[in-house]
Design a protein around this ligand. Structure first.
Ligand code: KG4
Ligand code: ZN
Length: 332
């Protein structure tokens, strides 16, 4: 089984090859064009995908020492994501599958983030919980099998990655600001400033209130001292990051209490956050959880996770017809 997988849901064009059950290559072309606009511009994203997709796929095959004629199935991200971006990956995958006369496998991007945990050992034991945190989603997922997932909690408004990126924007940092907040937070005092945490019922989240609170906090302090941000950047970043992490972990603890599950995984771009990784590891030690954290390259968008999800579908003979079209709002 040699699977070629393509990911193009947002601003990363990626292709990966899985052979003999293992990832052989994972090539990612990041679109830097969006930085100057302070966020992903959908039209520019789809154009960049068109430019990147062929060289990225050729590189992924070459890195895996395979020719296109060795490919036994082609997987692609069907959704959720930006329509124009998804269309590039889906059309490319469909055309190539048709030309090579091999089956096509559609993948849900959010399921793939969870299944990134099966790329390397140790792998979580079913049933496990996955806190899936990205620029577009914040979910607590109960995972009963590779393709048996239930969202038991989610954000009612902004995703936590958006809260990181929007806070960074208010601080004058370029897009995507999440990794920069992480960087400055390392030198700051997490308890220097206090931001209100919204209280949502059940296992759901809300991140729009904290963004507004940060906006007023920065406005008021900058009025009193125009250099406030420049003088306090590490402390501000550390305090914002601390608050966002606490909001996530409060709900994860609640989910553990309610389900009795102690196998805890994190996935998605925000799981690259060093504060979240350390705090979750400490919490796991305290509460007797087995904590699973993917390697950095498998946290943010990548096609290796698409290939891994496709392996499970291939084994079940779960293939897709050529009539398939992207689903920007695809649910789990
Ligand atoms: O999963 P991902 O690559 O793309 C989506 O599917 O959204 O996640 C991107 C998000 C962005 O909001 C980015 O700022 C955030 O992940 N992110 C981080 C870090 N690295 C990426 N947020 C906080 N700390 C990080 N180190
Ligand atoms: Zn993602």
């Amino acid at each position: 089984m040699n699977i070629l997988a393509i990911e193009s849901s947002c601003d990363e064009t990626s292709a990966a090859v899985l052979a003999n059950g293992l990832i052989q290559s994972n090539v990612i072309a990041t679109q830097l064009i969006h930085e100057q606009y302070g966020g992903v511009v959908p039209e520019l994203a789809s154009r960049a995908h068109q430019q990147h997709i062929l060289p990225v796929v050729e590189r992924a095959l070459a890195d895996a020492n395979l020719s296109k004629n060795d490919v036994s199935a082609i997987a692609f991200t069907r959704g959720p994501g930006l329509l124009g971006s998804l269309l590039v990956g889906a059309s490319f995958a469909k055309a190539l599958a048709l030309g090579l006369n091999v089956p096509l496998i559609e993948i849900n991007h959010m399921q793939a983030h969870v299944l990134a945990h099966f790329i390397e050992s140790p792998t979580p034991v079913f049933p496990f919980m996955c806190l899936t945190v990205s620029g577009g989603h914040t979910q607590i997922v109960r995972v009963d099998g590779p393709l048996d997932m239930t969202v038991i909690g989610q954000t009612m408004d902004d995703a936590v990655g958006e809260a990181f990126d929007k806070s960074a924007k208010l601080l004058g940092l370029p897009y995507p600001g999440g990794p920069l907040i992480d960087k400055y937070a390392k030198e700051g005092n997490a308890l220097a400033f206090k931001f209100p945490m919204s209280e949502m019922p059940n296992l759901d989240f809300s991140f729009s209130g904290i963004k507004t609170a940060i906006m007023y906090f920065l406005r008021d302090n900058s009025r009193a001292n125009p250099d406030f941000i420049a003088q306090n950047l590490p402390d501000i970043c550390a305090s914002i990051q601390h608050t966002l992490i606490q909001m996530l972990l409060i709900k994860l603890k609640k989910a553990a209490r309610e389900t009795g599950i102690r196998e805890m995984a994190i996935a998605g771009g925000v799981s690259a956050n060093s504060g979240l990784r350390t705090t979750l590891t400490q919490l796991g030690n305290e509460l007797g959880w087995n904590v699973y954290i993917p390697r950095f390259e498998y946290c943010t968008d990548n096609a290796a996770m698409i290939a891994m999800a496709a392996k499970f579908k291939y084994e079940q003979g779960d293939f897709t017809a050529q009539t398939v079209s992207p689903l920007p709002r695809m649910s789990m």
